[in-house]
Every structure is written in structure tokens, then in C-alpha cells.
Design a protein around this ligand. Structure first.
Ligand code: ADP
Length: 395
């Protein structure tokens, strides 16, 4: 089952592929068949799917490195299917896994490629190169005159991104940009890139075969099957909550529900009230609260309402000691802006299976346990299902 993109704006999409197809010469089956796809301005759309399904071909059709056999490509509503491809590519940054830096040019010269083609004056180019090096976290004084072979893989990939940003294009195409990098550097580059994108708001189409990278990087994800057919296109949270069919479910793999917890926050949980007592309150108040809540444990807080200990009924047989040395320490607490994934991690570590939540000021806000997670997951699944039922009803 495929679903139309969830375009909600009345504005033209930044990129629109209209029934685009590509059959390579000498082959019978198309690599891309009748693909219709919209990318909204400022979003990262990730194309993810098994090897050979047509992701790279699709990406290269957008800047016409590969000419489409059928269909139309529109940028900002303008049909560019027959536009001059060189001109087109200057508007569109392109980053690939093999980086493709020119080995006999310095880092500065590499980054200056497109600005030079566009005829920018020297001073402007120099300034742009310096800015871009700083933007991607490389000190211009150290790196501008180096050659590509004098860089680590991670540094070279940063230069690749800087070069793609050379003439400040509003569209970036990225083909497995962090694919060939060790996992730790890769994670760092992904985070840096997301930070950068939060400032730059480029429109990005990002190709990967790695579903976890797709989930991390995408505002939306298109899961592609053979011939680049869209099997599901949506936000990562909705795809995780509601894979539309077995193909998507298999592709996401095990643990989709748990991955989905990354998109839900502790603050979204309902009814996390749980009895507590402040150290200057009398012990019998604590007992009354335990009885009222049918609980065995109570959270002891200090006078500023910061949680201190878990205490039990028998800890309340006399006055609460000023030093609070009763019961068990509360351990690591959750903040309302923590993810439910983090909450799950703390819960499975805690003996009681429940964790104390504090607000932004560090004051006691309640307690969460696995029932809360279960409810949140079910709610997300129900909402996603309703969304798809509505889409189908309106189709
Ligand atoms: P992906 O990026 O998803 O791995 P590709 O877009 O690279 O997939 O390839 C899609 C299909 O097109 C594959 O079957 C591949 O073998 C074929 N293909 C890719 N490039 C060419 C080419 N230049 N000539 C002929 N077939 C090609």
C-alpha cells in the first residue's frame, strides 16, 4: 500500500516528481517506475529501502545527473525537466559517500568549486570558504591549504558537506553521506548535521539503506520497494507506530515499538501523580496518603520539593529524620522533556520498575512505570491507525 505525501501547505512543494520513471539503456525493468513524490521546503526526506531498489537513481533524477525516461521534475512549481542540467546542479548541493573531493586541489579550492563556476569575486569566495569551514567545525587556519589525503574520513566528509553548501543552494541531495564512516564518527556527523540543518533549513533528500539512520535523520521517511515504489511515506514516529504492511514491518525490523519511544516525551504521559511527603510534614500525613493511594511506597522530598528517597509505611513509625536517611535513594530521575526511551532504560535498571519525574526546576512531579509506557504506545498506535483510516476514507 502506498500513501500520498502528507502535504498540508498550499505552497508549491520545493521538489515534486510527477510520475517520474527511469529505464536504463539495455535493461527491461525500470529502475524507477512512475514515482510521484513531494518534498516540502525545509524538510529532510529520507529515501530508505533495500539495496538496488532505486534510491540513488531517484536522487540523481532530481538534479538530472540521470535523465528521466518519463515524467516531470518540478522545483518550486517550475518544470525543470528540460532545463539546462549544469545550471540546475548549481542550485542543488550534492553529497556522496565516496565524498568525491578533487585530490589535487586544496580544501579551499574544493569548497570553492561552485562559487567559482558562478563567477563570484575572489573576496566573496574566500569569505564563503572560511565561513563554511567554520560551519562544519573545521578551523580554516588549519585546514584551508591541506589536500584531501591529509584528512581523516570524518574530516573529509565535513569538507564534502561544506563543498555541497558552497553556493548556498536551497536543496541538498545526500547519497549515503555517512555510510563509509566508523560508527562513532558517523553518530557525531549525523548530530552535527542535524544541528546545522536546524540553522540552515535546507530542503534535503537523503538516501540510506539503514533504517536507524532514516529514523534519526528524517522529518519524513519514504520506504521504497522495488523500482522505487513508495511502500509508506510518513514521519518516523507514525511509521514506527503503524507500519502499513508486512514489507514495511519487515524492513523496520525488530524493536520498532521501542524505537518509537524516542519520539514520545515523559511530559506527554497522563496521570503520573503519586503520593509524596515533604521532610517537614508529620509522619501520619504520609500514612494517610499511602492509604488513600493504595500504595506501598511514598516519595520523600526536601523542603524545596526535590525528591530524596523512596520510603515505606514502616519508615513512618516515628518522625522523619532530618537527614532523610531512611528508605531507598530515588536514584536517577526523569525530566519532563526526557524521551520515553530514556524512561524505559531507567525503569529496567530500577529495582521497583518505576522512576521519579521532576519538572524543569527539579521539583517532584510524579512517578512513571511501565503501565504508563504501555498506554503511551497504545495511544500512538491508535492515533497513527486513525490517521491512515482517515487518509483511506478521503482517498
Ligand atoms: P539503490 O541506490 O537503491 O541501491 P540504484 O538506484 O543504484 O539502487 O539501482 C537501481 C537499479 O538500477 C538496480 O537494479 C541497478 O542494478 C540498476 N542500475 C543502476 N545504475 C545502472 C546503470 N548505470 N545501468 C544499468 N542499470 C543500472
Amino acid at each position: 500500500m502506498s500513501t500520498e505525501p502528507t502535504a498540508t501547505t498550499s505552497k508549491e512543494p520545493k521538489i515534486r516528481l510527477d510520475r517520474v520513471g527511469k529505464t536504463y539503456p539495455g535493461t527491461k525493468t525500470p529502475a524507477v517506475e512512475e514515482l510521484t513524490l513531494e518534498v516540502q521546503e525545509g524538510e529532510i526526506l529520507v529515501l530508505v529501502g533495500p539495496s538496488g531498489c532505486g534510491k540513488s537513481t531517484t536522487l540523481r533524477l532530481i538534479n538530472r545527473m540521470i535523465e528521466p525516461s518519463t515524467g516531470k521534475i518540478l522545483l518550486d512549481g517550475e518544470d525543470v525537466t528540460d532545463a539546462n542540467p549544469d545550471k540546475l546542479r548549481r542550485r542543488i548541493g550534492y553529497v556522496i559517500q565516496q565524498i568525491g573531493l578533487f585530490p589535487h586541489q586544496t580544501i579551499s579550492q574544493n569548497i570553492a568549486t561552485v562559487p567559482k563556476m558562478l563567477g563570484w569575486d575572489k573576496a566573496r569566495i574566500t569569505e564563503q570558504v572560511e565561513n563554511l569551514l567554520s560551519t562544519v567545525g573545521l578551523d580554516p587556519d588549519v585546514y584551508r591549504d591541506r589536500f584531501p589525503k591529509e584528512l581523516s574520513g570524518g574530516q573529509a566528509q565535513r569538507v564534502g558537506v561544506a563543498r555541497a553548501l558552497g553556493a548556498d543552494p536551497d536543496i541538498m541531495l545526500m547519497d549515503e553521506p555517512f555510510g563509509a564512516i566508523d560508527p562513532i564518527t558517523r553518530d557525531r556527523l549525523q548530530n552535527e548535521f542535524l544541528r546545522l540543518q536546524a540553522e540552515l533549513h535546507k530542503t534535503i533528500v537523503f538516501v540510506t539503506h539503514d533504517i536507524d539512520e532514516a529514523i534519526k535523520m528524517g522529518d519524513r521517511i519514504a520506504i521504497l520497494g522495488d523500482r522505487s515504489t513508495i511502500r509508506q511515506i510518513d514521519t518516523p514516529e507514525r511509521i514506527l507506530a503503524y507500519p502499513v504492511d508486512e514489507f514495511v514491518d519487515d524492513f523496520i525490523g525488530a524493536g520498532s515499538t521501542i524505537k518509537g519511544l524516542n519520539f514520545l516525551q515523559v511530559g506527554s504521559l497522563k496521570q503520573v501523580e503519586y503520593p509524596s511527603i515533604t521532610s517537614n510534614e508529620p509522619a501520619d500525613v504520609g500514612i494517610a496518603r499511602l492509604d488513600q493511594a493504595y500504595q506501598e511506597w511514598l516519595v520523600l522530598t526536601d523542603e524545596q520539593r526535590r525528591p530524596l528517597r523512596w520510603i515505606r509505611r514502616e519508615d513512618l513509625s516515628g518522625p522523619i529524620p532530618r537527614d532523610g536517611e531512611i528508605g531507598e535513594p530515588v536514584g536517577e530521575t526523569l525530566r519532563t522533556d526526557d524521551t520515553l526511551f530514556h524512561a524505559l532504560e531507567l525503569m529496567v535498571q530500577s529495582a521497583a520498575g518505576q522512576t521519579v519525574v521532576v519538572d524543569a526546576q527539579g521539583a517532584y512531579a510524579g512517578v512513571v512505570d511501565t503501565t504508563h509506557l504501555n498506554q503511551a504506545i497504545r495511544r500512538a498506535q491508535r492515533e497513527a491507525q486513525l490517521h491512515y483510516e482517515e487518509l483511506e476514507a478521503n482517498a
